[in-house]
Design a protein. Sequence first.
Length: 111
Amino acid sequence: MKISTLENIEHFTLLQNSYTDKTIQTGYTSDLLSDVMAHAAEDAVLITIQAHKNTIAVASLVGIPALIICNNFPPTSDMLDAAKKEGIAVFQTPENQFKTSHFIAQLLESE
């Protein structure tokens, strides 16, 4: 699935649109950034409520090209600035992490 596929999902809002439209191979759900560094796969979409600049630093380190902030947590402006600099797409959703993870899994399985 391409990152741009997420732009067409009704309950996802694209907050940072300066990104390369890479293929997402899998998803990873976590709010513990050390866990993301240790276990998330490159080319995953990160599903989290962590809406700050350090989340982008970890995503960049791992090679995560997109993330979804759940529960409509508001991202900080420096987070979105860092995401733009790193070319990481940032989405927001009112859904919780469980529902979002399930939805992403279904999208990936349908391809």
